[in-house]
Design a protein around this ligand. Structure first.
Ligand SMILES: O=C([O-])CC(=O)C(=O)O
Length: 157
C-alpha cells in the first residue's frame, strides 16, 4: 500500500463501499501497512495448504487464512513466512495464530494474526484454497482487494 493513504483515509474517501473487520488483529510482520488482491485458505489447526500456497508465486497478493479463530496451533512460522517473501506475497491475514514472533517482526512482510502459540499445526493438507471465507462477519472472496494498516482491515468487494 501507498504508505500515505491510510485505511482511515481510504474509509473517508470510499465509506461503506469498503467492509471493515472489527476483530482486533495484532500486527506481527515488519510491514504494518500492506494491501493487495486476496487469495484464501480455509483450514483448521492444519497448515499444509498455507505452506503450499505461500510457496507459489504471490504476485503481490495477500493470503487470507481462515483458521476459524483457533489459537491452539500456529498456522505460520518464520520458514513459511520467508518463503512467502521470496515468492512475492505482500502479506497474510490469519484468523488464527502464528509462531516465531521475533523472526517474523524482522521480515519485509505484512502479517496480521490473532496471536501466537509455539505449538505446530498438523500437516495433513485438510482444508480449501481460494474459497470465499467469512471473518468476523465480513465476507471475503478471492480477488477482492484488502487494505491493512495498524488501524485495521478494509475489504473491497
Ligand atoms: O512449519 C510450521 O508449521 C510453521 C513453522 O514453524 C515455520 O513456518 O517455520
Amino acid at each position: 500500500m501507498n504508505e500515505i493513504l491510510s485505511t482511515a483515509d481510504l474509509y473517508d474517501e470510499r465509506g461503506d463501499e469498503l467492509a471493515s473487520i472489527a476483530l482486533q488483529f495484532q500486527d506481527l510482520g515488519g510491514h504494518s501497512s500492506f494491501s493487495g488482491p486476496v487469495r484464501t485458505v480455509k483450514c483448521y489447526e492444519d497448515n499444509a495448504l498455507v505452506k503450499t500456497v505461500l510457496g507459489t508465486p504471490g504476485d503481490g497478493a495477500v493470503l487470507v487464512v481462515d483458521g476459524n479463530g483457533s489459537l491452539r496451533t500456529a498456522l505460520m512460522g518464520d520458514m513459511i513466512a520467508e518463503s512467502a517473501v521470496a515468492n512475492g506475497w505482500a502479506g497474510v491475514v490469519i484468523n488464527g495464530a502464528i509462531r516465531d514472533r521475533l523472526a517474523l517482526a524482522k521480515l519485509p512482510f505484512g502479517i496480521k494474526a490473532l496471536g501466537s502459540n509455539p505449538k505446530k499445526s498438523t500437516k495433513t493438507g485438510r482444508g480449501e484454497v481460494d474459497v470465499p471465507v467469512v471473518i468476523d462477519g465480513v465476507h471475503i472472496e478471492p480477488g477482492n482487494m484488502i487494505y491493512c494498516d495498524p488501524d485495521g482491515i478494509l475489504v473491497e468487494p
